[in-house]
Design a protein around this ligand. Structure first.
Ligand code: PLP
Length: 391
């Protein structure tokens, strides 16, 4: 409800047509690549999956990559490969999509939430240290919005306490930390190919790693825990023989999805440069508004800009976030909120996570709005958003 005397609504909307906050960019070349695979012999497990994995590994500078049916399945695989099991604690951030923490639960682990740095909104290494116990086994940092976390500090903590780092880089394909590509640094790194992410396979995800043992475990986990590798078989009845050696899942991606991913990957750098160009426009125009805090960029990282999030300076505003959100929607701007802190979700509340355990995250949540950002939007779209925000 708009309070009397406030004219934040009204008049003709800035846009006639609704602008979503994120969207895929698929061209005829992508479509043709998929058609070619559909006309071939393999539509599920086929040679294109390997090609896609090799290209992603090469792009990020990792030795191995294993593609999965979703980013969530990939994270689950990483938790399995890391040996997370009943009662193991894994530290992550609540300022993320629920999948980051759910992947820990799938393995019987216990998500432990660390608070964020209020400037970058990324997990705070100091808070990680405070949450470590004798049961801590791994850390899942999330490169929130595409801006890499303080990896050197987190790697140091991992070394000191013998912890495994699984990076949730769903937002950070193409991002760099001190000139190193995300995906080549931690023990395992997950990327997602959901349509709002940088490149898409419809649904899909991948783990990159430099560790051969993790690589082998991921391959087996992706397909029911089954192996046909004669070096790994305990017995061998003949050439038909395979063994299920662990409980895995059917988490395979299809060959035609991999074809889409392969084609999309060629455009990744141009997609990212579009995003950067649009972010520069937002930053330039919005930084002058005292009511808005624009994202802070660290100078030793290179964000891949998955999301552009403004923070409201509520003390200067007579309305709350909900009203501004609704007003922007009335202007046909597809705003969103990333994220509702995971520990506040009803399921996590039932698991006894208390409100108040991550006060900086909870405060941030009250103040943020995600503005549209995707490579196939136009400069005019960006200017419409700016105009609507100013209005
Ligand atoms: C998208 C996303 C995931 C999950 O990826 P899916 O491919 O949708 O399963 C996990 N973590 C974060 C931070 C994400 O944004």
């Amino acid at each position: 409800m708009v309070k009397p005397g406030l004219a934040i609504h009204g008049g003709k909307p800035v846009r006639e047509q609704y602008l979503p906050y994120g969207k895929q960019s698929i061209d005829d070349e992508d479509i043709q690549t998929v058609i070619n695979v559909l006309k071939g012999d393999f539509i599920t497990t086929g040679p294109t999956i390997n090609q896609f994995e090799e290209k992603v590994a090469a792009y990020v500078g990792a030795k191995y990559a294993v593609a999965f049916s979703s980013g969530t399945a990939a994270l689950h695989g990483a938790c399995f490969a890391a040996g997370i099991s009943d009662g193991d604690e894994v530290i992550t951030t609540p300022m993320t999509f629920v999948a980051s923490a759910n992947s820990i639960l799938y393995q019987g682990g216990v998500p432990v939430f660390s608070d964020i740095d209020p400037h970058t909104y990324n997990i705070d290494p100091e808070s990680i240290k405070q949450k470590i116990t004798s049961k801590t086994k791994a850390i899942i940092p999330v490169h929130f919005t595409g801006q890499p976390v303080e990896l050197d500090e987190i790697l140091k903590i991992a070394q000191d306490y013998n912890l495994i780092i699984i990076e949730d880089a769903a937002h950070a394909l193409g991002a760099t930390y001190k000139d190193r590509k995300i995906g080549s640094i931690g023990d395992m790194t997950m990327f997602s190919f959901h349509p709002v992410k940088h490149i898409t396979t419809g649904e899909g995800g991948i783990i990159t790693t430099n560790n051969e043992a993790y690589y082998q475990k991921l391959l087996q986990f992706r397909t029911h825990g089954i192996t046909r590798d004669s070096n790994k078989l305990l017995k061998n009845h003949g050439s038909w023989y395979y063994e299920m050696q662990t409980l895995g899942y059917n988490y395979r991606i299809t060959d035609f999805q991999a074809a889409l991913g392969l084609s999309q990957l060629q455009k990744l750098d141009s997609f990212i440069s579009k995003r950067k160009q649009y972010v520069a426009m937002y930053q330039e125009e919005l930084k002058e508004l005292p009511e808005i805090i624009v994202p802070k960029q660290l100078n030793y990282v290179n964000s891949s800009w998955h999301l552009y999030i403004i923070r409201l300076n509520l003390s200067l505003l007579k309305v709350d976030r909900r009203e501004i959100f609704q007003a922007l929607q009335k202007e046909n701007i597809g705003v969103n909120v990333h994220y509702i802190p995971v520990h506040l979700q009803p399921y996590y509340q039932k698991l006894n996570y208390q409100k108040g355990i991550c006060p900086k995250t909870e405060k941030l949540y009250e103040e943020i709005i995600t503005l549209p950002l995707f490579s196939s939007m136009s400069k005019k779209d960006v200017n419409d958003v700016i105009q609507a925000v100013k209005k």
